[in-house]
Design a protein around this ligand. Structure first.
Ligand code: PMP
Ligand code: GLN
Length: 387
């Protein structure tokens, strides 16, 4: 039979699926794919149950149910002082994954260039390429993950249509500073480009680090698409409810992309997420506080095993350098090795790089797990590496 899509034929199955399957096969503690092992808030889950039974299970409005769009606008005001018109500027999607694709579709024509920052989430490059656009990738390097401002400036040019980046950043836990965002904003103004801001970990920051949406910077309101995810904010990753806050001129285009991708998102989940976004400040503080404690637990444990633990100020993840263990092999081989031989799964950081010569001695561990699960993983690694 003749070849189907050549690009999709050339790429592999996502690393998260590959490593979770390997974890199941070897009964490993899965600190690979980032998902909490506890349920989200009881009242939010109950709201979804109630909404299933109240007879409103047909197609909801295409841009999202009004309750959730209003709740997203209210959260923008509460957390960031952003004044958003819910009817004109908010779109609900089936997860941030759909939102990323819809936002890229909203601005890109074939041949346009998109600036991306590595390490990057694994759907960015495939979607940019499938839209016929050209990724211009700027690399952050471990262990400091500093923004190389000259390289970033050099990646922009007359063909640049947009930048797509993630803060707080998976896998490295970097939270972009006001100065870095100001630098990016300057480039966007200079080159008249759009920004797609993947902010799914907006509420998961530590040590007093504060997430700043690029959208709050002067001149950025109209050219920015800001993406959030109920999966991360309410520890309900299977729900796949995302939301885009965008300029009023961009929003109809995001919605036209959404109507051609999924059209709508399950109405009961949308209503429940609206309940979640209205939770008091104590909920959001305790979400971050409890994750920070588990970050510290896992960081201390991994250090005691002999890995070098890189600092992380946000997300679900810790990046470690395993070179001090003396393991001979790259990060893919290391992550398979610890899954099979130690019974603990991690994600190779090279999976977050598109180009060759990615760093190959870093592994990412997720700490969004129960303390006893983290303890078990640390114990297994300690027994394996330290005997
Ligand atoms: N962006 C980043 C950086 C992520 O880590 C994830 C992980 N889930 C997503 C987007 C996708 O979010 P969702 O599950 O809401 O589609
Ligand atoms: N965002 C999650 C992670 O980085 C995985 C999501 C997925 O499996 N697609 O682990």
């Amino acid at each position: 039979m003749r070849g189907a899509n050549s690009y999709l034929g050339s790429i592999g199955t996502t690393i998260f699926t590959v490593m979770s399957a390997l974890a199941v096969e070897h009964r490993a503690v899965n600190l690979g794919q980032g998902f909490p092992d506890t349920e989200g808030p009881r009242d939010v889950v109950q709201a979804a149950v109630d909404a299933l039974l109240d007879g409103r299970n047909q197609y909801p409005p295409m841009p999202g149910v009004p309750e959730l769009r209003q709740a997203v606008a209210a959260a923008n005001r509460r957390f960031y002082g952003l004044d958003i018109d819910w009817a004109a500027q908010v779109t609900v999607t089936s997860g941030a994954t759909e939102a990323i694709t819809a936002c890229l579709m909203a601005v890109l024509d074939p041949g346009d260039e998109v600036v991306l920052i590595e390490p990057l989430y694994d759907t960015y490059v495939p979607v940019v390429r499938m839209l016929g656009a050209i990724p211009r990738i700027v690399r952050l390097a471990p262990p400091h993950w500093d923004l190389p401002r000259e390289h970033l400036a050099g990646a922009f040019g007359p063909k640049t249509k947009a930048i797509l980046f993630n803060s707080p950043m998976n896998p490295c836990g970097k939270v972009f500073t006001a100065e870095e965002l100001g630098f990016i904003a300057g480039l966007l103004g200079r080159w008249d480009a759009y920004a797609i801001c993947d902010e799914v970990y907006e509420h998961l920051t530590f040590d007093g680090a504060r997430h700043i949406p690029l959208m709050t910077l002067p001149g950025m309101r109209e050219r920015t698409m800001r993406i959030g995810s109920a999966g991360k904010t309410f520890s309900l990753t299977g729900w796949k409810v995302g939301y885009v806050t965008a300029g009023a001129a961009l929003t109809p285009l995001v919605q036209k992309a959404h109507q051609n991708l999924t059209f709508t998102t399950p109405p009961n989940l949308q209503r429940a997420v609206a309940v979640g976004l209205a939770k008091d400040d104590a909920y959001f503080a305790s979400l971050a506080g409890s994750l920070q404690a588990r970050r510290d637990q896992l960081a201390d444990g991994l250090a005691s095993v002999g890995l070098t633990v890189l600092p992380t100020r946000g997300t679900y993840f810790i990046t470690t350098d395993f070179a001090p263990l003396g393991y001979k092999g790259d990060d893919v081989s290391f992550c398979r090795h610890i899954t099979e031989k130690a019974g603990v799964t991690a994600i190779p950081v090279s999976a977050f790089y598109d180009e060759p010569r990615a760093p190959d001695h870093y592994a990412r561990f997720a700490f969004c797990k129960k303390p006893e699960v983290l303890e078990e993983a640390i114990g297994r690694l300690r027994r394996h590496f330290r005997g």
